[in-house]
Ligand binder design. Sequence first.
Ligand code: FE2
Ligand code: FE2
Length: 132
Amino acid sequence: MAWNDGLSVKVQQFDSQHKELVAIINELHESMKDGNSTEIIGTTLDRLISYTATHFFEEEQLMDSHDYPDSVTHKAAHECLIQQVLELQQMFKTGKAIMTLDVMMFLRDWLMGHIQIVDKKYGAFLNSKGVA
Ligand code: FE2
Ligand code: FE2
């Protein structure tokens, strides 16, 4: 999974955070391909979740500070994504799931879909408030 300019949300701070999220997902993929232990993979998954939580929080704070009109919907989307990935984490921790290509594809779509459909909407609005 590679970053490209088409994924830019026109806010530098969030573009770089999205790049980091892509990097962690790629790391997870590498780790899976290398046949690393559930423990190592689990650690990377934990890192993905905590970085995601921080990123979502920062997006929400910036949206709130500029009274972004779509923030309720956006926050609900974040909440839903976090729930999905926490469920996944729980399944790994309890041994009910292993890291497979399907799971990787789920994570890729989970992240890319949100950036392309939901995050991109705030770009023009925040730019108009002087955020770039
Ligand atoms: Fe985002
Ligand atoms: Fe978002």
